[in-house]
Design a protein around this ligand. Structure first.
Ligand code: AKG
Length: 179
């Protein structure tokens, strides 16, 4: 987690509206979100500033897949990432252990913030109830424009993607391009 940097959330020059998505860990899926740094998804874009606000809609616990964050990793280099499975839309993952990260259980309505290079992960949901989160991702307008120029439509063509990992299909993730 980190303090929001004024260069990203600059109130005198408001950033573009955030990209938002709903991330659900379904009951008894036991499907971890593999350890990764979000920047791995856009590593060839020059402007890499980004901050995500992960808001718990349900109580997030160790057993239902609360987030784990690597303290200080937002200041360290990007690790090597690979697809967590043969599917081309499989989630990216890197080598990391829980010992490098800290679990952050959250009450509903509480939030964690992470930067593009913050190492993060969540265990699967082994409970009988849903673990839902609402995620807002802020990036500079120039970065969004650059990615759109490369054909990345931020969900405009259809607002649903599936993220798949080695353990099976992750919960649907609905993306809303607010910009
Ligand atoms: O909600 C989760 O389990 C993972 C979310 C995540 O990895 C992200 O917001 O980048």
């Amino acid at each position: 987690m980190l303090r929001a940097r004024t260069s990203v959330l600059n109130l005198r020059h408001p950033p573009p509206p955030p990209f938002t998505r709903h991330a659900a860990q379904a009951p008894h899926t036991n499907t971890p979100t593999p350890p990764h740094q979000d920047q791995a998804y856009w590593q060839d874009v020059p402007d890499k500033r980004a901050v995500s606000i992960w808001i718990a809609l349900d109580e997030a616990t160790l057993d239902n897949g609360c987030m784990w964050y690597g303290r200080g990793t937002h200041l360290l280099p990007l690790r090597a990432h690979r697809r967590a499975g043969s599917n081309p839309s499989a989630a990216l993952e890197c080598d990391a252990t829980e010992a490098e990260m800290q679990a952050i259980p959250l009450a509903p309505g509480s939030a964690g913030l992470h930067a593009g290079r913050t190492l993060h992960y969540s265990r699967g949901n082994s409970t009988a109830t849903l673990r839902r989160a609402y995620i807002m991702n802020f990036r500079p307008a120039a970065m969004v424009a650059e990615m759109r120029a490369r054909g990345f439509d931020h969900g405009r063509a259809g607002n649903k993607t599936h993220v798949v990992n080695t353990h099976g299909e992750h919960a649907d993730e609905a993306h809303t391009a607010a910009a």
